[in-house]
Design a protein around this ligand. Structure first.
Ligand SMILES: Cc1cc2nc3c(=O)[nH]c(=O)nc-3n(C[C@H](O)[C@H](O)[C@H](O)COP(=O)(O)O)c2cc1C
Length: 223
């Protein structure tokens, strides 16, 4: 599958979380998913142990079940938010003027998850609950660079994805549906994969590096 014409900087600045512009009608070939994953697996990972496994789901009934679990996860999360609205502060929803637009897009994806041609769930071996920061950083740090590489590779070939973690509120149910040994593996998210409607994506609104950089010491923010 030939790559689309993007410079490296364009690839890095225009790989978005795509939801409403996922093409739900166009099938995704297994070969392109495998090719993108091969590229992604060049990512760094702790001691090069490669303790990752990747669930790739294109079976319609299994996608339907995962979409339902994702919806249940939303209901569960919303229930928690009613009790503790502070759960969202500093998380996905932050100082973002685009938040209204983003939530609409998040709901769109939740509603259409079953129609997304391919769903990908990266797995890391081991459980992170109650582990120390070193262990947690090593685990997450050994899967998320590859997941991001996967998103970049997809974009380079005219496909898109979105890093989502919502379904992890119901991780065990998803493990059951997919036959994952839940006691031994942690799911790192749920990535819908589809061709995108159009290829023109823009750089995101982000705080500039200058605003978040600390040269040499915490107090010395801006030289
Ligand atoms: C850790 C993490 C968890 C996320 N979880 C979800 C999610 O459950 N559902 C979703 O639609 N987007 C999710 N997102 C996507 C963010 O909302 C997204 O990065 C943000 O909207 C910015 O999008 P952009 O990169 O296209 O600008 C998540 C992103 C991250 C980094």
């Amino acid at each position: 599958m030939p790559a689309i014409d993007l410079s490296i900087d364009e690839l890095l600045t225009t790989t978005r979380n795509v939801r409403k512009r996922l093409d739900l009608e166009r099938p995704v070939e297994r070969e392109v998913v495998e090719e993108c994953l091969d590229l992604a697996l060049q990512a760094p990972n702790g001691s090069n142990q490669q303790t990752w496994e990747w669930m790739v789901i294109d079976d319609p009934e299994t996608r339907r079940q995962l979409a339902e679990i994702n919806r249940d996860a939303l209901a569960h999360f919303m229930g928690l938010l009613d009790e503790k609205p502070e759960l969202l502060s500093g998380g996905d929803i932050g100082r973002n003027e685009r938040m209204g637009q983003i939530s609409e897009s998040v709901y769109f994806l939740i509603e259409h998850m079953a129609q997304v041609p391919v769903l990908v769930i990266p797995l890391m071996r081991g459980k992170v609950e109650r582990q120390n920061v070193f262990y947690q950083a090593s685990q997450w740090g050994s899967i998320l660079p590859a997941a991001w590489g996967f998103m970049l590779a997809l974009r380079s070939r005219g496909l898109g994805s979105a890093l989502t973690t919502l379904h992890l509120w119901k991780e065990e149910q998803a493990a059951e549906v997919l036959g994952i040994p839940y006691a031994d593996y942690t799911q790192a998210g749920l990535f819908p994969v589809a061709y995108t409607k159009g290829l023109d994506f823009r750089p995101a609104q982000r705080r500039p590096a200058r605003e978040v950089m600390h040269w040499n010491a915490w107090q010395e923010k801006r030289p």
